[in-house]
Design a protein around this ligand. Structure first.
Ligand SMILES: NC(=O)c1ccc[n+]([C@@H]2O[C@H](COP(=O)([O-])OP(=O)(O)OC[C@H]3O[C@@H](n4cnc5c(N)ncnc54)[C@H](O)[C@@H]3O)[C@@H](O)[C@H]2O)c1
Ligand SMILES: O=C(O)CC[C@@H](O)C(=O)O
Length: 528
């Protein structure tokens, strides 16, 4: 059955066409996102949800989304999605980080001019027939200092444009490297210096605990008299009450605001303030940007739902469409190794170590580690997947390590998973042969070569004559058919392991009989 996608916001119809062309079923209901109750009722029918900013994907929506695999945000900010809830449910959240960056940067520049020259007020006055030339004396921007708070995708485009307009650009961004600053032609400064020197301040950060109210009354106090503030990033970065006071007093000469602490902002403390220019979150609203983000989100979601390729995900390592088929057998192996170890682990786990050797060490090991953790946690948590597993492991205090090495032994690719508990270390290793099938090649340091079937018997025993015959008789007498039989031992007469694939469940009474056979130390059924 083709995956089903719901578009619950006003996305460009280009997205609908892409989904259809890629063979997905798509429902385009551009106003559904605003109706939380209805969305919660229907979301269970979909594998994918494509949104802009009007749809709030809350914990409740996610709880009802039984088959949802991916949420695609046609835009940058994902603050309308409960990411922890999505991650815990194993739902990938992806955005389109570049599709609207130029358009939003252009809006910030337009808003800077609009505030500096009071264009909206002058327009309203002129169209009202007032011709108030002397009322609208503006501020020239050439040679002025523009202070950027946040110099990522959008901030750096704003910087380039502002430099083109002959402004001096200074930037505060803890993650901006000295080299990148030089490349952009911006001067990296600390926040206080930015407040002290900037004639215009523009914000381009996400809203986080650190950036919330980054411009408050104390910050405004440090700024030049007559400064201009532009916010086309997120409401909540600026304390609106403090900005209102500063506009009323004239400390801030103008402010251009596209985003508000509460949206849709049908009323706001800023409205009516002198020098204020507002737009209703229009930063990304050009036909070009909307087309870009819609096409991009539809391609990304289709790639994931159809091929397992992951790009621009907030909560999952990327997997390209090219690498997805190459990675598939290794994902299966990593998941099997995790599952094998998880089913044998009964005490609390301190650390899981993944060692990747040979060709596989060159692959996307983040994804493989996520697959191994998925397999490991599945015996405990049925709904875990590659998205939720790393977070769930962390929440359970499990330290996860991965190591990559060149080929060490005979296997061209080799993955070993070691579980370290309070009591012991247990390793299981595997490889993928050229037939694309994963094999278990080592258990607790004992070599063997086993393909895992859906039902396996794991037996540890002493390597003594007659044991295998007895085991075969117990299984045969109980009507349990053996599909494959794999053996390994440390040395003749020493510790041995049997991995037996059987056709179906082994009743508890049969396990009990095997357990009582001479030389058996442990017997367990494993399900894959
Ligand atoms: N108005 C709109 O319609 C619209 C459109 C697109 C994006 N946005 C918003 O614009 C913002 C920026 O988007 P972007 O694509 O440039 O994001 P980005 O991730 O490329 O850049 C954000 C920058 O902020 C920096 N940063 C993070 N914490 C910081 C802090 N405490 N102080 C200073 N800098 C900090 C990061 O290092 C990064 O360089 C986002 O909030 C996004 O949601 C708004
Ligand atoms: O979809 C929009 O119009 C706004 C998008 C913007 O806020 C973003 O973060 O990308």
């Amino acid at each position: 059955m083709a995956p089903r996608v719901l578009i619950s916001d006003k996305l460009s119809p280009a997205a609908v066409q892409i989904f259809k062309d890629r063979g997905l079923e798509v429902d385009f209901q551009p106003d559904l996102g605003k109706d939380k109750e209805r969305l919660a009722e229907v979301i269970g029918e979909y594998d994918g949800l494509a949104i802009r900013s009007a749809t709030k994907v809350t914990e409740k929506i996610i709880a009802n989304a039984g088959r949802l695999k991916v949420i695609g945000r046609a835009g940058i900010g994902v603050d309308n999605v409960d990411i922890p809830a999505a991650t815990a449910k194993g739902v990938i959240v992806m955005n389109t980080p570049f599709g609207n960056a130029i358009t939003t940067a252009e809006h910030a520049i337009a808003m800077m001019f609009a505030a500096a020259r009071q264009i909206p007020a002058a327009d309203a006055s002129t169209q009202a027939g007032k011709w108030e030339k002397s009322k609208f004396v503006g501020t020239e921007i050439t040679s002025k200092t523009l202070g950027l708070i946040g110099c990522g995708n959008i901030g750096s485009i704003v910087a380039e444009r502002a430099i083109g307009l002959k402004m001096r650009v200074i930037a505060f961004d803890p993650f901006l490297s000295a080299e990148r600053a030089i490349e952009l032609g911006v001067e990296k400064v600390d926040l206080d210096e930015l407040f002290r020197r900037a004639d215009f301040i523009t914000l381009h950060t996400p809203l986080t605990e650190k950036t919330k109210n980054i411009i408050d009354s104390a910050a405004i106090e440090k700024m030049k008299d007559g400064v201009y503030i532009i916010n086309c990033a997120r409401g909540g970065l600026v304390d609106e009450g403090a900005l209102r006071d500063a506009l009323d007093s004239g400390k801030v000469k103008g402010a251009a605001v596209d985003v508000f602490s509460s949206e849709p902002a049908t009323e706001n403390i800023l409205f009516g303030a002198p020098g204020l220019v507002c737009t209703p979150h229009l930063g990304a609203s050009t036909s070009e940007a909307q087309e870009n983000v819609a096409l991009q989100v539809a391609e990304q979601m289709s790639d994931y739902l159809l091929k397992g390729a992951v790009s621009n995900a907030i909560n999952m390592p990327s997997i390209t469409a090219e690498e997805a088929p190459i990675l598939t057998p290794f994902v299966k192996l990593a998941e099997q190794l995790g599952s094998f170890a998880g089913q044998l682990t009964e005490t609390s786990v301190r650390c899981i170590r993944l060692e990747y050797e040979g060709d596989v060490a060159e692959m996307n090991v983040k994804a493989l580690t996520a697959a191994a953790l998925t397999g490991f946690l599945r015996p405990l948590l049925q709904t875990v997947n590659m998205v939720s597993a790393p977070v769930l492991a962390r929440e359970r205090g499990i330290q996860v390590e991965d190591v990559r090495r060149e080929q060490q032994g005979v296997y061209e690719n080799y993955i070993r998973l070691t579980v370290i508990t309070e009591r012991q270390e247990r390793s299981v290793a595997g490889t993928v042969f050229s037939d694309g099938k994963p094999r278990i090649i080592q258990v607790k340091g004992i070599n063997m070569e086993a393909e895992l079937g859906s039902h396996m018997l794991y037996i540890t025993n002493a390597d003594k004559p007659g044991f295998i015959g007895h085991l075969g008789m117990v299984l045969g007498d109980s009507g349990v058919n053996i599909a494959t039989f794999n053996l390994g031992r440390t040395a003749p007469g020493e510790d041995a392991i049997c991995l037996v694939e059987v056709d179906g469940d082994v009743p508890a009474s049969v396990l009990d009989t095997i357990n009582r056979l001479e030389h058996v130390k442990q017997v367990k059924t494993l399900v894959f």
